[in-house]
Design a protein around this ligand. Structure first.
Ligand code: ARG
Length: 345
């Protein structure tokens, strides 16, 4: 039953039999051990893109995905499933980790302009012929890098497919001057949908954001936008000491800005208290149906106010189950991917 995903059966995981790809996709969400948003798994809309037979077809389907999911801010969970992988046949892959990504320009000496998480993808796009804007910035949209068999191409993201939210704060007008922003929809595009009988290496999917993903991690992490010292200085806090908790104050203000701005722009997102309460409800429902929830504690507990959420006080078994969404090695780190890059015109 676990063909295509060697080792999973042996690891003690279960395979839930499914009949349709749409059913498998929803169960893959239900089984995603790192996802706190699983209460909503039944609401997943699945788009069948099995017929896509070129990079152009993929691009068209992905623009459709962004439009359907964005829905003017009333975000809908969507997965677009491309054809399964069969040995010897053309494979379908998206090289971007998410459909919407900001460029990271390596300035040397450990300095990066933009999102340091995307330095490699930015270099790949440039290698393929993408040119950054004449004045590179911190939030430049990267193109889609799409692969169909041995065909590797890049496509600029049409502006009408990408909704973004500029950040401002309800009490601190200076926050707006920092010109921080984030995109509305996180569409993970580099994971594999493993149904238990088939492997779909291209099956991009999205939910809506939880505020801390942006306010605590993407903009806060030292290895990402590293904005906590900037916010703390705006607040007039001394960042040379630790005991004044400047990082904690800055985290709070940054996260208030994210929640406020998305709400004001009518873009759906959830705060970490509501999200963990919903996760609790998901666990109860699963228990009532005789199922145990497999979860990765360090991913479920939010990156701020952890102990004030119910997830902190629980522990979860972590057992692989199918259908599921699996990590894949980035293409530029594989021999096949590097050969395609070298051969690209
Ligand atoms: N943490 C990732 C990001 O900040 C997105 C992961 C998926 N998140 C979600 N809410 N579905 O971009």
């Amino acid at each position: 039953m676990t063909d295509g995903v060697p080792g999973l059966g042996a690891a003690g995981g279960a395979v839930v039999p499914t009949t349709t790809v749409a059913e498998a996709a929803a169960l893959a969400w239900r089984h995603s051990a790192r996802c706190v948003g699983r209460l909503h798994w039944k609401s997943l809309q699945v788009v069948d893109a099995e017929a896509a037979a070129s990079c152009d077809d993929m691009f068209e389907a992905l623009c459709g995905h962004l439009r359907l999911a964005t829905n003017g801010g009333r975000i809908r969970p969507v997965m677009t499933v491309f054809r399964r992988w069969l040995a010897g046949e053309d494979e379908v892959r998206i090289w971007n980790h998410q459909l919407v990504r900001y460029a990271g320009y390596d300035l040397g000496g450990g300095q990066v302009l933009g999102d340091p998480a995307n330095v490699e993808l930015t270099a790949v796009a440039r290698r393929l012929g993408w040119c950054p804007p004449s004045e590179p910035g911190r939030f430049d949209l990267l193109p889609l890098v799409l692969q169909y068999g041995s065909d590797l191409r890049w496509y600029p993201l049409p502006a009408e497919c990408v909704l973004e939210v500029p950040l401002r704060h309800p009490r601190y007008p200076w926050v707006e001057k920092l010109a921080l922003r984030w995109h509305a929809v996180p569409v993970i595009s580099d994971m594999m949908l493993a149904t238990g009988t088939a492997a779909h290496p291209c099956a991009p999917f999205n939910g809506w954001y939880m505020g801390t993903e942006i306010g605590a991690r993407n903009l806060g992490d030292e290895a990402r936008y590293h904005q906590l010292p900037v916010i703390a200085e705006g607040l007039g806090l001394d960042i040379r000491q630790t005991r004044n908790l400047w990082r904690d104050h800055a985290l709070l203000v940054l996260n208030e800005a994210v929640l406020h701005s998305f709400e004001a722009d009518g873009v759906r997102l959830v705060d970490h208290h509501q999200a963990t309460a919903e996760f609790e409800q998901f666990c109860q429902l699963e228990k009532q149906r005789g199922r145990e929830v497999s979860a990765d504690w360090s991913w479920i507990v939010p990156p701020m106010a952890g102990s004030s959420t119910p997830a902190f006080h629980r522990h979860f078994p972590l057992l692989p189950e199918l259908p599921n969404l699996l990590l894949q090695v980035p293409l530029w780190a594989t021999a096949r991917g590097r050969a395609l890059l070298v051969a690209a015109p």
